[in-house]
Design a protein around this ligand. Structure first.
Ligand code: AMP
Length: 187
């Protein structure tokens, strides 16, 4: 199974991703995790990315697309993958389409985890990550609304989108995801 997981910051993608990769045996490609690792290791890319991450802005497409291209070429992605936090712009989605087309491995499904903005703000403010200060949270929500939300239409038109209600317990949400994935798995 090859899937993309879309949702605003604080929607619970990370938690649900952990379960999904275990159950469906997928490689987990979280661009946020990759960037944090690069930042902590003080690599050139990490230092560059930090300027954007620390203000809640999106890292430029060229940097992200290069990272994902390299990661997708790794052998473990052959068993299927879950892209968590990528793509986040239409340009990234188009670049991904080209990459997957060249390899002959189309996406099976795009999951959207839906959570209202008021709820996200409360969740993020309670999380305590470095980029979870109120100003940065606001900026990250703006980035989602303006740059990432258009992807819902993009993937909706391709017939790949499944939207999941992201309110409730971790278990309840996972059950909804499994229900949405059942017809995909049988393909
Ligand atoms: P996340 O952990 O997915 O919320 O990502 C944390 C931060 O990393 C974001 O606020 C962005 O600054 C950056 N980032 C992660 N993924 C991407 C992406 N696909 N495109 C641009 N920036 C990204």
């Amino acid at each position: 199974m090859r899937m993309v997981f879309i949702g605003p910051p604080g929607a619970g993608k990370g938690t649900q991703s952990e379960r999904l990769i275990a159950q469906y045996q997928l490689a987990h490609l979280s661009t946020g995790d990759m960037l944090r690792a690069a930042r902590d290791a003080q690599t050139p890319v990490g230092k560059q990315a930090d300027q954007y991450m620390s203000t809640g802005k999106l890292v430029p497409d060229e940097i992200i697309v290069a990272i994902v291209r390299e990661r997708l070429a790794a052998p473990d992605c052959g068993k299927g993958f879950l892209l968590d936090g990528f793509p986040r712009t239409i340009a990234q989605a188009e670049a991904l389409d080209v990459m997957l087309q060249q390899q002959g491995i189309p996406l099976d499904v795009v999951l959207e985890l839906r959570v209202p903005e008021e709820e996200l703000f409360t969740r993020l403010a309670g999380r305590g990550r470095k980029d979870d200060t109120p100003d940065v949270i606001r900026q990250r929500l703006v980035a989602y609304r303006e740059q990432t939300a258009p992807l819902l239409d993009y993937y909706g038109k391709q017939g790949l989108l499944k939207s999941i209600d992201g309110l409730g317990t971790v278990e309840a949400i996972y059950e909804r995801i499994e229900k949405a994935l059942a017809p995909v798995g049988k393909k």
